[in-house]
Design a protein around this ligand. Structure first.
Ligand SMILES: [Zn+2]
Length: 291
């Protein structure tokens, strides 16, 4: 009798010990997991510091151009491809400069997602802050959509404070840094990593500003086909612009103007190109050799 009671006691103590170790292992595992994921996210999205001296041939070159251009030195306007098909790069911007610029074209975005058409979306922090639910929707549903950086204030990238279309650009490299990095950190907190591509507001920059952004580790993307003229072109013209695009062209369009003809023009052009065959749409980032 005494023997059985002793055995039961030992079994009871053993069970308690096993339970204790199991629980402590579980708690330990859980804590490490959450601590790791938090520190990883913070590291990914930490803002990089301002680079006070940039090493670049452009900075010291006599030929540098401080005018705001869509084809400043170092900007990427076309992509080299070696695919057997013609590859076109559809890009859609969301600018958020107030009024109609703050909109969201759900017909267009849902069409791109439903048809799984690869596209690059350049999103400004200014637009995103007014459209968080749409940004979240695109991140959740747009597996064919690559989200990239369209700036914090959506202003031209100037190293001297120049303007374009009456929009005053950044005044010096500290403001260039803020314009790029603040939006990069904001998008990183949504995406889990910083976007590596940047398109300035109005798609204008000067040589030195581009050099600076390159030194930060980002590529500056312009365009070779003005697809929708700031979402002002007619359906026919948008369609024509996309249809006449050549291999490697980056086509500039917008998804922040639901009142425009962008959806109709894109929809008709894409359907016609599909019928013609021997063509595909590419994500810019996937095709960059020096990424
Ligand atoms: Zn824009």
């Amino acid at each position: 009798m005494k023997n059985i009671a002793g055995k039961t006691l030992w079994l009871f103590i053993l069970s308690l010990l096993l339970l204790y170790f199991a629980c402590s292992l579980e708690i330990d595992k859980g804590n490490h997991k959450s601590l790791n994921s938090v520190s990883k996210d913070i590291n990914n999205c930490k803002p990089q510091s301002f680079i006070s001296t940039i090493k670049s041939d452009i900075v010291t070159s006599e030929e540098r151009d401080l005018k705001l251009l869509t084809k400043a030195k170092g900007m990427i306007r076309k992509i080299e491809t070696s695919d057997p098909e013609k590859v076109l790069f559809l890009t859609f911007d969301a600018c958020g400069q107030g009024g109609l610029s703050d909109g969201y074209d759900s017909l267009l975005v849902d069409y791109l997602i439903k048809e799984q058409i690869p596209a690059t979306f350049f999103i400004s922090r200014r637009w995103a802050l007014k459209n968080i639910k749409y940004l979240d929707y695109i991140i959740e549903n747009g597996v064919n959509i690559d989200i990239q950086n369209h700036g914090t204030q959506h202003i031209p990238l100037s190293s001297v404070g120049d303007s374009v279309y009456s929009v005053v650009g950044t005044k010096g490299l500290r403001e260039v840094h803020y314009e790029v990095e603040t939006a990069a950190v904001f998008l990183c907190e949504k995406l889990g990593e910083k976007p590596k591509l940047f398109r300035p507001g109005t798609a204008h920059a000067d040589d030195i500003a581009v050099s600076y952004v390159n030194a930060m580790g980002y590529q500056v993307i312009s365009y070779s086909v003005l697809g929708d003229g700031g979402a002002t072109f007619t359906k026919e013209l948008i369609k024509e612009n996309i249809l006449k695009a050549k291999n490697g062209d980056i086509i500039l369009l917008h998804f922040n103007h639901p009142e425009s003809d962008v959806f109709l023009g894109v929809n008709e052009a894409v359907e016609e190109l599909r019928k013609m065959g021997n063509i595909k749409f590419g994500i810019i980032y996937d095709y960059l050799s020096n990424r």
